[in-house]
Design a protein around this ligand. Structure first.
Ligand SMILES: [Zn+2]
Length: 202
């Protein structure tokens, strides 16, 4: 448990370091290098968050989940290219509206729908897929929080919040894995209660 807390503090420190790195002049002045650094930071923060959410237990299965979380978070910005209908970084960065995967409301909606869908799947499928909605949530929300300190959170169709204060963005990032642990615990307990009720009725 102590290691989980240390990793959470480490996650917060990493957020500061990643943003400090973005401010280094040769990275700031190079668009491609800036995009790569920003993308890698999104991916590492998401992967780190998921590692904490699964109690830092590393094996082949959890390592693939951590990698998936990294890919989802750094890949989230692909919507800039889809919205710009171009594969050029210049066009993707020149977008004058926020692309769809950056709508926090859409992500939360998709999360709840997938949790419900996975929950009612046969037990064998459920055990294989039960963490996917949470990996998706960790990847997306950690990405949104980080973007949020520059542009705020976007709750389409209602509008956007103001840019998040920097300490709030770091705090939300540090709290996210613990919220995921709680949400996974609730879903697991509910599923167990439901299963035991079925067994009792047999
Ligand atoms: Zn983004």
């Amino acid at each position: 448990m102590l290691l989980d807390y240390v990793a959470t503090v480490g996650l917060g420190i990493f957020c500061y370091l990643a943003d400090a790195l973005m401010d280094v002049s040769f990275i700031r002045q190079n668009t491609i290098l800036r995009a790569i650094t920003d993308n890698a930071a999104h991916g590492i923060i998401a992967a780190w968050s998921w590692a904490i959410a699964i109690g830092l237990s590393i094996n082949w299965k959890t390592a693939s989940e951590i990698f998936l979380c990294f890919i989802c978070s750094s890949g989230l910005d692909v919507d800039h290219f889809i919205a710009a209908r171009s594969i050029k970084l210049k066009d993707a960065l020149a977008l004058n509206r926020r692309p769809f995967l950056h709508a926090t409301s859409l992500i939360l909606f998709l999360f709840f729908v997938t949790v419900i869908v996975v929950r009612y799947m046969p037990l064998s499928v459920y055990h294989k897929m039960k963490y996917l909605p949470y990996i998706f949530l960790a990847a997306s929300l950690s990405h949104h929080f980080r973007d949020g300190y520059r542009r705020g959170l976007w709750f389409a169709p209602f509008g956007s919040s103001r840019p998040l204060p920097y300490t709030l963005y770091v705090s939300l990032t540090m709290v996210l894995p613990w919220i995921l642990i709680y949400l996974m615990w609730i879903t697991e307990s509910e599923r167990k209660i439901k299963k035991s009720k079925i067994l009792l009725n047999v």
